[in-house]
Design a protein around this ligand. Sequence first.
Ligand SMILES: [Zn+2]
Ligand SMILES: [Zn+2]
Length: 323
Amino acid sequence: MAITGYCHHGMIRRRSRYDQESDREGKADNEMMKEIRDKVEAKRQEIMKESERLRTEATKNHICANCGSPLPSGKRTYCSSKCSVEFSSRFDYSVSSNILREYARKLKDEYNAAHPKKERQPWSTPVARTEHECSFCGSMIKIGEKHEKYVRLPEHDEWFDDDPYGVLRYHTNCLKFVNLLSDAELIEYEGFDEDEAFALLCEVALETGKTFEETVSSIISGNFPSTELLEKISNEFDGELSPCYPNLWDSDHSGYRYVYAVKYESFDRPEARMHVSFSELKDPSDFFAKYYSGIYGDKFNRILSVKWIKVPLPRVEEKETMK
Ligand SMILES: [Zn+2]
Ligand SMILES: [Zn+2]
């Protein structure tokens, strides 16, 4: 869709793939790496000293440092260039040394054998000890409620670097619903933008004639909207539910979000788009007719319908991180 550039996207908190691969504690890894580096350095010093000792002795005793055969006069360390090459590879303490590389690998294998991997899974099903906001529906997971918890872990989560050990929590049925949407390819497999989830819930509410709260509590209790409805929404919005925030920042914050599902025609084709405003629009149809004329010029045909719903702003919650 061409108008994406006009949209403000909220903070992305994507649900990431469930991954069975185990993870090793980063801290223990770092300690292991340091220990191995120290041991490799000690080994390097050892090789270097032995190499020096043998070469000094060879020069002193007029024998080849590599093979020990007597040296003809004039030769100081090796009997031949072949012996010179052989000696430097036997006592290689350079950065590219195969001996040291092999040694480091051996130490790593030993460490891994002695410390079997500690499994840590991103998903768990805890009982809430405090209230938490559901990352999908935005309403509260109550104290004592069993729910789905996801922790961003290194090597599991593509957003780990942005939000290390960040925690996402879901109502059990909200996660089921997300998986259902994903399986039906109504959303991208990679996950769901918070804004998109919110817009979808609003559109479901508008299509079913329920309030936002009723729609959310249906989903939480496992009564999901029909597949037909979800497909209709997905088709109409072309799979793009991220809402636009059209130029309404400086309006008074009313404590509500006014969410508009705008269906219109441009280039003689039907289109649909969600919009969020923080104050109520006086004449939504007129507002969006001007808005889309501004974008499409004379390729804008007409507004087909504007439906809207009023939803309280979510309470601001501190970001949760697991250490
Ligand atoms: Zn030799
Ligand atoms: Zn939920």
